[in-house]
Design a protein around this ligand. Structure first.
Ligand code: ATP
Ligand code: MG
Length: 425
């Protein structure tokens, strides 16, 4: 029997972890610049946190990992926003923190989808939520955040798509227009769209199966249903983006996969020719009804979530390397009968901030030097029986080939001299 990671999941091996850690570091630095604070919520929640009344999204209806334990109905989180807002309300952060409350999260999400390149069953999202104020400036700022982050990663071939879903009134009017439009042609729509017709006809426009049907292409445009207030709000968002020189395209068929959006929705997509159909790097929008849904006050929020695997894949496509070399400061070569001495030396080196590895098996000097090479060590400390007896070591710098015999107490001084100009933490 051979064991494999479940379909749609991946092991991130040490050779790839450097890229992940760098990505996480850059994201955290950006969150600090924009003053977003980290929040960590459980990986599973009560199913009702995600499955809200009348939700029509595929994610909620077809892709959730739900299970029961005793009398609890639980679901592995398929997205981050719902858990964050649940927590925001539960802990009354709207009372204890100044509004807007600006939170970010990073972690694994679970969706039972058909696995493809850039689409997995366990994947990682980084997301931000700005909760508590309603201002076109906040929408523009968060789009600028996502766009600049992607640019800072070195990704160049991207496009910002933006649309408005209007306020609740505009959206209800549009939904009834859509119902009217599709009324006599339900037969040509896919099964999912028939369900969407009942639950939320807006979602038909987002269908990946029916997207080329004339009846979808000829559907009325949402912009015609917008009331003046919704129009004005959207114009102000676009004006702010213009002032920031952020290029965007208004896409009036962009409705986004989740049900709780109102007003601004947006995506940042990779336009690289090989990015395929999994090209959306980051997606988000404004939500008006979510905080009150969870029992909090009527507060609006705006946020986005970025697919971290997709960011890394896109960087690979654009030949951007994130991993940094991580050379070893000291390799300790130990010959026979050296007892605990090498471990003592290593512990002292580490206490002074030098990364250190020790040979702990009986083998020739030559074979130990092979390890030195493989690990790209900068210095070698050689310890044999005589060195232990005399409380000394041999220290050699690989680059300069300089070699010194040092007493135990001198080791750190010598390493510091050898590594002068080198950065070690
Ligand atoms: P798609 O239309 O590609 O299914 P979505 O609308 O379901 O995306 P969101 O729920 O908005 O996506 O999630 C935000 C981001 O998370 C996406 O833009 C994408 O980068 C990433 N993402 C979503 N689903 C997956 C997945 N199954 N595997 C990897 N990344 C994903
Ligand atoms: Mg999806």
């Amino acid at each position: 029997m051979s064991y494999q990671a479940p379909r749609g999941t991946q092991d991130i091996l040490p050779e790839k972890i450097g890229g992940w850690q760098r990505l996480e570091k850059i994201i955290k630095a950006f969150c600090d610049l924009y003053r977003y604070e980290e929040i960590r919520t459980p990986v599973f929640e009560d199913t009702s946190v995600f499955k809200r009344e009348n939700d029509s999204s595929d994610m909620v209806n077809k892709e959730m990992y739900s299970f029961t334990m005793g009398s609890d109905n639980l679901t592995l989180r398929p997205e981050g926003t719902a858990g964050v807002i649940r927590s925001f309300v539960q802990h009354k952060l709207f009372g204890s923190m100044e509004l807007p409350v600006k939170l970010y999260y990073m972690g694994e999400m679970f969706r039972h989808e058909r696995p493809q390149k850039g689409r997995y069953r366990q994947f990682n999202q980084f997301g931000v939520e700005n909760i508590g104020i309603k201002s076109p400036l906040a929408d523009a700022e968060i789009i600028a955040f996502g766009y600049s982050l992607i640019k800072a990663l070195g990704i160049t071939e991207v496009s910002v798509l933006i649309n408005t879903l209007g306020d609740n009134f505009s959206r209800e009017e549009y939904k009834s227009k859509l119902k009217e439009h599709f009324k006599n042609d339900l037969g040509c729509l896919c099964e999912d769209c028939k369900r969407r017709y009942q639950q939320n006809p807006l979602r038909i426009l987002d269908c990946k199966v029916d997207k080329d049907l004339d009846i979808i292409k000829n559907a009325p445009s949402l912009s015609e249903s917008l009331n003046d207030e919704s129009k004005k709000y959207f114009e102000e968002v676009l004006k702010a983006l213009d002032d920031l020189n952020i290029p965007y395209k208004v896409d009036d068929k962009l409705v986004r996969g989740l049900d709780y959006y109102s007003h601004t929705v947006f995506e940042v997509v990779s336009t690289h020719s090989e990015s395929g159909s999994q090209s959306t790097l980051l997606a988000g929008g404004r939500y008006d009804n979510l905080v009150s849904y969870f029992g909090g006050p009527e507060l609006s929020g705006v946020g986005f979530a970025a697919g971290m695997e997709r960011l890394l894949l896109t960087m690979e496509l654009e030949n951007i390397k994130l991993e940094e070399d991580n050379p070893l400061d000291v390799y300790i070569i130990s010959l026979s009968n050296t007892g605990n001495y090498p471990l003592n030396v290593a512990t002292m080196c580490r206490a002074y901030g030098f990364s250190c590895e020790i040979n702990m098996i009986e083998r020739s000097m030559k074979s130990q030097f092979k390890s030195v090479e493989r690990k790209k060590a900068k210095n070698v400390i050689i310890i044999g029986e005589d060195e232990v007896k005399n409380n000394k070591v041999n220290i050699k710098n690989i680059e300069t080939q300089k070699q010194i015999v040092a007493s135990y107490d001198e080791i750190i001084d010598v390493l510091e001299e050898f590594m002068e100009g080198d950065h070690h933490e």
